[in-house]
Ligand binder design. Structure first.
Ligand code: BGC
Length: 702
């Protein structure tokens, strides 16, 4: 028997008291899911309710109440007379969805991933959770923890980045923060990485790739963060729709991971057939009656579905509500929480921390305002409220600080002017030529990328719009002081890069994005963001992105893993980012050069700020497995940490990597196996860092 299922079975047995019959669903009795609430009391209460509820009442709880959200809130019935509220859910990943009125628009998840600071993400989760609760909902339809498999994916902005460890850290932190207030939902389970064909595409993923790349962050959401609910994806995975996929929903999520929460479907097109769905373990059909409710009751009456399966799902739905005490402590509507000063400040702070400085060879940045340089701002997006997709993740803040508003408010004593449109007018060309600094705000917007059907869908290419490229080339010919502020979800190609004398990746920076841009360009903030995905030179450097076929074979390597394996140099590597200071790493060493399966690899390194201002360094460790036929990636992110250093300060940093994290999925054994031999750890400031220090550790694995 593979060791994981064996472990689950042993744990299940050990939870029974001696002499008692094993509980029928012993893996359901998981105290971790219930937190401080006594799980036995919860299960007993559910037993009592299940005895009283009719089939009609039970199946009604298993479907949403209707196609239309009320004030942005989707409802699924509870049991009113017992004070059980039901699941009142609302999007989403960057703040309370627009249907509920004004709310804080946080920077998109890809920008939050660029902070490389999960503790900051915990604060974001907490703030969004508080706003969700303050509109009267009890369930947040976030986080999106799908992997950014390819930057053309329309929802790449909702994802934290391309690496499972990094995405998992952010997902866990967000969930734990949000669940201080409401239930969180990890979505979309699983292999949901293409938008235009999302309702039907069959993601063909080999088991090892599925386990190593597309599932680890969901496992951590379930087992580490005890996420209350999981949303199944629209797409198929290896031939079965995700909402009726027994391998995903039953074998992995429930049996292997031992998770006790409920699975809801994705909206409208996310459910298909009653019997396979309930057998696989889908608990809630959203947002309206399609396969559950009356069709499910009928299937039970016709003898097609065992009523015990209905009870199993109702139990999971009730458990989530009781464990999170939704019946005793329901949400209270409180408009003062929405867009509170604290949340707006947090949105700005996160945007400041997520800005990634990609190029600054002549120290054009930061701009010294006190020297009163003449500043000209060009670019289509400068005056836009460019906060991301208009799909389900859309937020409607009452006020957005655009780049122009932020820059013009902060520039004094430097004179600043705006040139809207192109540079055909000779007067505008003269202004650009004479300016000391020209700031161009360009890139992508909601008309280029977003959720399918309700947003722009997948990107058609990795380039920014042609008009923006022309503007950069024209401006670049007129000035040697062109600062490009690039907005968008993730990687873009940059045939115009030579024109930029400085380049700042600003993503979609949220309600206070313009302030964050200004504070970064004027040096109030020393940029510390690092790319959470690789930027390739050309789209052809990545595995192909197929958003038209209905069956798509997933590559076993994507992003930086693919580039490294193929020996292709990126434009900007995974984890890359500059600052207004520089850092060096020295004396990297392993505390122990030989470790066992149950140990932790500890790596120490001295980080020094070699510049003249305080800054934040992110130390990253990419590990390579022994050079055996089993190996398929050269190196993968295994640890990172961040520390703020004063000018000239040196500090010793320790990074920890549990040996179990080095395991790979063994398809034959159906379990995780750590390979014995020499594992190499590259300690640097980004993936492929030429200055990285290599530390070899002898691992005695399985
Ligand atoms: C999206 C989900 C979202 C749901 C409800 C779907 O189209 O894929 O992410 O939570 O709509 O708005």
């Amino acid at each position: 028997m593979p060791w994981r299922p064996l472990l689950v079975a042993l744990l299940a047995l050990s939870s029974c008291k001696r002499g008692e019959e094993p509980a029928p669903r012993s893996w359901d009795l998981d105290q971790a899911y219930c937190g401080a609430v006594d799980t036995h009391a919860v299960e007993e209460r559910i037993d009592g309710l299940l005895d009283q509820l009719t089939l009609e009442e039970k199946t009604r709880m298993m479907r949403g109440d209707g196609l239309a959200a009320e004030d942005g809130i989707w409802r699924a019935s509870g049991i009113e007379e017992h004070g059980i509220p039901g699941i009142l859910s609302i999007d989403g990943p960057r703040g309370v969805s627009q249907g509920a009125g004004h709310a804080t628009a946080f920077p998109v998840a890809s920008m939050r991933g660029a902070t490389w600071d999960p503790e900051l993400e915990r604060e974001v989760g907490r703030a969004i959770g508080a706003e969700v609760r303050a509109v009267g909902a009890n369930t947040l339809l976030a986080p999106t923890i799908n992997i950014g498999m390819h930057p053309r994916w329309g929802r790449a902005q909702e994802a934290y980045g391309e690496d499972p460890l990094h995405v998992g850290d952010f997902g866990v932190a967000f969930i734990e923060g949000a669940q201080e207030h409401v239930l969180a939902t990890a979505k979309h389970f699983a292999a949901n990485n293409i938008e235009d064909t999302r309702f039907d595409v069959d993601a063909i993923v080999d088991e090892r790739t599925l386990r190593e790349i597309y599932l680890p962050q969901f496992e951590r959401a379930a087992t580490e963060a005890q996420v209350a609910s999981v949303m199944s994806a629209y797409n198929q995975v290896n031939g079965d729709y995700a909402s009726q996929n027994p391998h995903l929903l039953d074998e992995i999520l429930r049996q292997e991971w031992g998770w006790s929460g409920f699975v809801m479907s994705d909206w409208i097109f996310g459910t298909h057939e009653t019997v396979p769905a309930i057998e696989a373990g889908l608990d809630l059909d959203m947002p309206t009656e399609k396969i559950y409710g009356a069709p499910l009751a009928q299937a039970v009456t016709d003898g097609l579905v065992d009523e015990a399966l209905v009870d199993r799902s109702v139990r999971r739905l009730l458990r989530a509500q009781f464990c999170h005490e939704l019946d005793v402590d329901p949400p209270v509507v409180d408009p003062s929480i929405l867009e509170s000063q604290a949340h707006l400040d947090l949105a700005r702070r996160v945007a400041e921390r997520g800005m990634v400085l990609l190029k600054n060879p002549t120290d054009l940045l930061p701009i010294d305002r006190d020297a009163a340089p003449e500043i000209v701002v060009i670019g289509r997006l400068a005056e836009e409220d460019n906060i991301g997709d208009r799909g389900s993740s859309s937020v409607d803040p009452s006020d957005v600080v655009s780049a122009w508003e932020g820059l013009s408010a902060a520039a004094a004593p430097a004179p600043i002017t705006r040139i809207a449109g192109d540079l055909t007018d000779p007067q505008d060309r003269t202004a650009v030529t004479q300016a000391d600094v020209v700031i161009a705000v360009v890139g992508l917007s909601a008309s280029d990328e977003g959720e399918g059907m309700i947003g722009a869908g997948d990107r058609t290419s990795l380039e920014i719009p042609a008009a923006d490229q022309t503007l950069l080339v024209e401006a670049g010919a007129l000035t040697d002081s062109l600062v490009v502020v690039l907005e968008g979800s993730s990687a873009m190609t940059m045939p115009w890069l030579d024109q930029a004398d400085a380049l700042l990746m600003a993503f979609y920076p949220g309600s206070r994005g313009g302030d964050a841009i200004a504070n970064t360009l004027f040096g109030e903030v020393n940029p510390s963001g690092r790319l959470p995905m690789v930027f390739p030179v050309a789209e052809a450097d990545l595995p192909p992105f197929d958003n038209t076929s209905l069956s798509v074979e997933y590559s076993d390597a994507h992003g930086y893993r693919h580039l490294e394996r193929e020996g292709i140099e990126p434009l900007f590597p995974m984890g890359f980012g500059l600052a207004y200071t520089t850092f060096t790493l020295a004396n990297a060493a392993a505390v122990s050069s030989s470790v066992d399966r149950g140990d932790v690899v500890r790596i120490t390194v001295d980080a020094t700020n070699t510049g003249d201002r305080t800054g934040r360094v992110t130390v990253q460790v990419y590990a390579a497995a022994p050079d055996s036929p089993e190996r398929r990636y050269l190196s993968e992110l295994r640890a990172y940490t961040q520390v703020e250093l004063d000018a000239a300060q040196t500090t010793a940093i320790t990074l920890e990597i549990p040996v179990s994290d080095l395991a790979r999925y063994d398809v034959t054994e159906q379990g995780w196996r750590v390979e014995s031999g020499t594992h190499s750890f590259f300690v640097g400031q980004h993936h492929g860092d030429p200055a990285a220090r290599r530390v070899d550790v002898e691992v005695r694995g399985d």
